[in-house]
Design a protein around this ligand. Structure first.
Ligand SMILES: *Cc1c(COP(=O)(O)O)cnc(C)c1O
Length: 364
C-alpha cells in the first residue's frame, strides 16, 4: 500500500461560532471532520478531513442493526499561553483498538489516527473555547457500513472524528451529587462488552438512568451483574471511595471500563503517598464503613466531569450521607491537580500532556 496522508478539503464559508456562556455538552460541531474508510483488501484507506456534513449510508448498513460500533471521548484544552493541549491521547487510541478487538473491528494505526486528530484539532483551533473549564470535546467513532443484515462482523467500516466545543461541567463550582444504587438493572457482565467503549453498553444503561432521574437522583451506582453485590461504576464513570484513610476503587474485572481518568487518579494518589487499592468493594462493606464513620469520601472519575463527588448514596431504604454532602479534601486535590495539568496551569510530572502544533499525518 502507498504511504498514507490526510487530504484536506476546507470549508469555504465558516459556520457561526457559539456564545461560550451558552455552551452545552455535545450539541454543536465544528467546521470539519475526519473520515477514513475500511474495505477489504485495501484495509483502512482514503483518510481525509472534509467539511462537517451528513453521511450517506445504506439503510442495511450493519451498524444500524446489530450495533457493531465503538467510540472514544477525549478533549483539547486551551492554555492561558494560547497553546492547545491533549491529555494522554495515546491512551484513547490504544483503548479504541482494545474495543475494536472485542467488537471484531479491524485494528487502526494508533499513531496515524492520533496525528490525524491533531491535524483536525489544529485546523478547527478557533473553535476551542477559552473560558474557564471549557474545552473542545473530541469524539472518534467507528461504524460498520457493509450493506448486509446477516449477523457477522462487517467487511466495511468508517472511522470518523467529530469535534464539539463544550461548556464548563461545573458552572456553579464542583458540587456533590445524589446517587441511587441500582439493584435491578445491570450495565454489563464479565465476559460481555463492559470493558469495551461501545454504544450497546450505553443503550443498556438508559432505562436505569431514566428511572433514577425520575426519582430525583443524578446517576446510578452499578453493581456486578452476577451477585449484584460488588460495586462497578457510577453512571458512565469509574468510582472511588476513601475508607479510613485508604482510597479504594473496584478492580478491573472484565465488566468495568478502564478509564484514563481512573488510571491518572491512581497514579496521582501513589505520587502523593496516599494509599490506594484496586480490589472488590461490596455495597455491604461500604455500608458498614459508613455506619462506623469511616466512609470519608466518594467520587466518580471520567473525561467529561474529570471528577464528580458523591454527596449521597441511596441503597434500598438506606441513605448514606458522605462528608456532609461536601466535596472531600482528596477529591478536591485530585480535581485541582488534574484540571491544572490539563489546562497547563500546573506542572506535569508524568508527561501526560501533548501539545497540538501544526502537523500533517503521514504514514509511509
Ligand atoms: C468512558 C467511560 C469511563 C471513563 O473513562 P475516561 O477515559 O476516564 O474518560 C468510565 N466508564 C465508562 C462506562 C465509560 O464509557
Amino acid at each position: 500500500m502507498e504511504g498514507w496522508t490526510v487530504t484536506v478539503d476546507r470549508r469555504i464559508t465558516k459556520k457561526e461560532k457559539p456564545n461560550t456562556e451558552q455552551l452545552e455538552f455535545g450539541r454543536i460541531f465544528t467546521d470539519h471532520m475526519f473520515i477514513m474508510d475500511y474495505m477489504e483488501p485495501l484495509g483502512w484507506h482514503d483518510a481525509r478531513i472534509v467539511p462537517y456534513q451528513q453521511l450517506t449510508i445504506d439503510p442495511s448498513a450493519m451498524t444500524f442493526h446489530y450495533g457493531q460500533s465503538v467510540f472514544e471521548g477525549m478533549k483539547a484544552y486551551h492554555t492561558d499561553e494560547g497553546e492547545i493541549q491533549l491529555f494522554r491521547p495515546e491512551k484513547n487510541l490504544e483503548r479504541l483498538n482494545h474495543s475494536n478487538d472485542r467488537l471484531c473491528i479491524p485494528q487502526i494505526d494508533e499513531e496515524f489516527v492520533l496525528n490525524a486528530i491533531k491535524q483536525l484539532v489544529y485546523l478547527d483551533k478557533d473553535w476551542i473555547p477559552k473560558a474557564d473549564g471549557t474545552s473542545l470535546y473530541i469524539r472518534p467513532f467507528i461504524i460498520s457500513t457493509e450493506p448486509f443484515i446477516g449477523v457477522a462482523p462487517s467487511h466495511q467500516y468508517k472511522l470518523i472524528v467529530i469535534l464539539s466545543p463544550v461548556g464548563s461541567y461545573y458552572k456553579e463550582g464542583i458540587n456533590p451529587v445524589k446517587i441511587a444504587v441500582e439493584n435491578h438493572y445491570v450495565r454489563a457482565v464479565k465476559g460481555g462488552t463492559g470493558e469495551a467503549k461501545t454504544g450497546g453498553n450505553y443503550a443498556a444503561s438508559l432505562k436505569a438512568q431514566e428511572k433514577c432521574t425520575q426519582n430525583g437522583f443524578s446517576q446510578v451506582l452499578w453493581l456486578d451483574g452476577v451477585e449484584k453485590k460488588y460495586i462497578e461504576e457510577v453512571g458512565s464513570m469509574n468510582v472511588f471511595f476513601k475508607i479510613n484513610g485508604e482510597v479504594v476503587t473496584p478492580a478491573l474485572n472484565g465488566s468495568i471500563l478502564e478509564g484514563i481518568t481512573r488510571n491518572s487518579v491512581i497514579q496521582l494518589l501513589n505520587h502523593w503517598n496516599i494509599p490506594v487499592t484496586e480490589r472488590k468493594v461490596s455495597m455491604e462493606e461500604l455500608y458498614e464503613a459508613y455506619v462506623d464513620g469511616k466512609l470519608e469520601e466518594a467520587f466518580g472519575s471520567g473525561t467529561a466531569a474529570v471528577l464528580s463527588p458523591i454527596g449521597q448514596l441511596s441503597w434500598g431504604d438506606k441513605d448514606l450521607f458522605i462528608n456532609n454532602g461536601k466535596t472531600g479534601e482528596v477529591s478536591k486535590a485530585l480535581y485541582d491537580t488534574l484540571t491544572g495539568i490539563q489546562y497547563g496551569r500546573k506542572t506535569d510530572p508524568f508527561n501526560w500532556v501533548e501539545k497540538v502544533k501544526e502537523v500533517s499525518a503521514i504514514k509511509n
